[in-house]
Design a protein. Structure first.
Lengths: 250, 392
């Protein structure tokens, strides 16, 4: 007899107790599956995914705080994901983020077994997806981001874009400035620029994206050298193309 | 614009006046010792001129609608109208008689006309009043046609809105999630699964019963909402809490079906479902000052993505109330400090209206009363918090 393979470590994420219960019951039929935890919302899921290092997430889409796609965006290392949801209209997005499978509620044991089979084949060779692709998929198609998620060790910050003052490039990170605080996120300025509504956010400099609503005035301090003065008094450099873009918008 | 002039019926209208001219000629010939030829030459053109003068009666009739004007006002105004029109006409007549006299070389024509002035005056007054009667009939006819057209339009709109409401009335995802819950319960809690099946059946049956109904007592709608919430309670458990404040009189008010349930469904799926700890949905119905005010309040995560808002359900309710009540209905949705509120206000229509109750109404009222108490009776088989219970 072949050696017992390493069990698949599964994390169940669903805000409804009964939905978790039925998954638990069906998973119980598979001796090679170990349930390492259950989460009732997106925040818990992000934390549990890094604490418990599961091989597979069974992930609901609609949940409080963070939806399933946003959870995926915040994971520190790639994990195989099977979405479990009553909504059929998210399947395309699910496959864009390389989900292993997309199972509809009510869940049948056969369908779940099939998804587990696919997951077994995938585990151990997880394809890391660039963060930009994950973020693009975590938005509804054709929509700009409404909120930016930042992970800070075990804590997740949700920044609604209207509260964002500006974004600053800092080496491999971007600094998201909001209400006097700066949140660091590992991402490029170009990626966040693509996610933000160009009518509200303008790249004013190689290293800066500005929320146009925060602009108080433009100051000319030398020939062809300008600075953007924000409502709170901060001062950001304004490149010549940045100035043209800003002017085009205002 | 006068309907006769605006619709190219002038020829027909004038043709109708030629016999009038003939009649006048006969009268003039008998009473005024004229030849019939002279009488015709005098009265036919005069009749045609009077046809135009009498069109003026349209404006007078429109300014004095029968249903909103006292008899005295109408009598005096129409008499004055007749006097002015008639005088104007007779001045024309005098000119025409003089012209005829010169053409025929018979000054007697004008003299005989002057002699018969009282006769022409009497005939002219009578004709003017007759035309007023015809105009009033015309106005009534136009009004009834307009009302018919509008009623038809409203009916089409109402059907349309109802159809859309009915298609949307059972959200399939609500069903899928409920079935998933039943499947979960079936694993180790057969009694719970069975109970959930009954709750779901109760809600579906109540929804079906609303089909083909234009209006239902609010009590029935609230029973439907209770049935819906009973199912969602199983899914969300402690996260879903409900408080109802229903005025005792409000339950008998007539409302379009599915006026509250879609709002409560929104409150669950866009409010409670997005909160880790859940929250309390407050449903209020007030009946005061001839109006019914319905309010659904729920907590909502202010940071949630706004894409899937309260959209379709709310729009549907708004459309249907607008179809029924026009500008008299108000629908207000607002969100502040993590609380989402939808407030509906429209004229209350009640069974208890004085003498207005149609024959089947008392039976319906009884049914409504029965159903609002049976919600409690159902409560034995199906544990539900009694309406009015408020969790802290």
């Amino acid at each position: 007899m072949a050696a017992d393979p390493k069990p698949i470590r599964v994390l169940i994420v669903d805000d409804e107790e009964l939905a978790r219960r039925v998954l638990r019951e069906f998973l119980g039929e598979h001796p090679d599956v170990a349930i390492v935890g259950e989460c009732a919302n997106g925040f818990e899921a992000v934390k549990a995914a890094s604490d418990l290092s599961p091989d597979l997430l069974l992930l609901d889409v609609r949940m409080p705080k963070l939806d399933g796609f946003e959870v995926l965006e915040l994971l520190e290392r790639p994990v195989a994901v099977v979405f479990v949801t009553a909504y059929e209209d998210q399947a395309l997005r699910a496959f864009e983020v390389h989900a292993v499978d997309y199972v509809l509620k009510p869940v049948s044991p056969e369908r779940l077994a099939e998804a587990l089979g696919r997951a077994r084949a995938r585990i151990g060779q997880p394809a890391a997806l660039p963060l930009g692709a994950l973020q693009a998929a975590s938005r509804e198609p054709g929509q700009y981001a409404e909120r930016i998620l930042v992970r800070d060790a075990a804590k997740v910050h949700v920044i609604p874009v209207e509260k964002l003052d500006y974004v600053e490039a800092q080496d491999d990170y971007i600094g998201l400035r909001t209400g006097g605080k700066t949140y660091l996120k590992q991402q490029t300025l170009a990626e966040i620029e693509a996610a933000l509504d160009p009518v509200r956010f303008v790249r004013i400099h190689r290293s800066y994206i500005l929320n146009v609503e925060r602009l108080s005035k433009i100051e000319l301090y030398a020939k062809d050298s300008r600075a953007a003065i924000l409502a709170d008094g901060s001062r950001l450099p304004l490149s010549r193309t940045g100035y043209q873009r800003l002017k085009g918008l205002l | 614009m006068h309907p006769i002039l605006s619709r190219g019926r002038v020829g027909l209208y004038l043709a109708a006046w030629i016999p009038v001219g003939g009649l006048l000629a006969a009268l003039a010939a008998v009473a005024g010792r004229r030849t019939i030829l002279e009488a015709l030459a005098l009265t036919i053109p005069l009749a045609l001129i009077y046809a135009f003068i009498c069109l003026g009666s349209w404006s007078l009739c429109r300014a004095l609608p029968l249903e909103r004007t006292g008899f005295a006002t109408i009598a005096v105004s129409q008499a004055a109208g007749a006097f002015v029109s008639c005088t104007l006409w007779l001045i024309f007549g005098r000119g025409w008689a003089a012209a005829l006299g010169r053409i025929a070389g018979d000054p007697g024509i004008e003299r005989r006309y002057t002699d018969d002035l009282p006769l022409f005056f009497a005939a002219g007054t009578l004709l003017f009043l007759l035309s007023a009667v015809v105009h009033y009939l015309l106005i009534a006819f136009e009004a009834s046609r307009e009302a018919e057209r509008r009623a038809l339009e409203l009916q089409v709109l109402a059907r349309d809105a109802q159809l859309r409401a009915l298609t949307a009335q059972v959200n399939p995802h609500f069903l899928f999630n409920s079935l998933n819950s039943i499947s979960a319960l079936a694993g180790g809690d057969a009694a719970g699964a069975r109970r959930m099946c009954l709750l779901l059946a109760d809600f579906l049956r109540k929804t079906l019963a609303l089909r083909e109904r234009d209006e239902i007592p609010l009590g029935d709608e609230i029973a439907l909402v209770d049935a819906f919430l009973a199912v969602e309670q199983v899914r969300f458990g402690e996260r879903l809490r409900v408080a109802q404040r229903i005025d005792p009189g409000a339950e008998l008010c007539l409302v379009p079906p599915l006026v509250l349930q879609p709002l409560v469904e929104n409150a669950v799926s866009h409010g409670i479902a997005g909160l880790i700890e859940g929250g309390t949905i407050v449903i209020e119905a007030r009946h005061a000052g001839g109006r019914l005010d319905l309010t659904v309040v729920n907590p909502a995560d202010p940071d949630r993505p706004k894409k899937h808002g309260h959209g379709v359900g709310l729009k549907n309710v708004r459309d249907r109330l607008a179809t029924r009540h026009g500008g008299a209905a108000r629908v207000e949705a607002r969100e502040e400090n993590g609380t989402f509120t939808v407030a509906l206000s429209f004229p209350a229509k009640s069974f208890s209206g004085i003498g207005a109750a149609p024959a089947p109404a008392p039976a319906d009222a009884a049914a409504a009363a029965a159903s609002s108490t049976s919600a409690d009776a159902d409560g034995d088989a199906v544990p539900r918090r009694a309406p009015g219970a408020v969790e802290a």
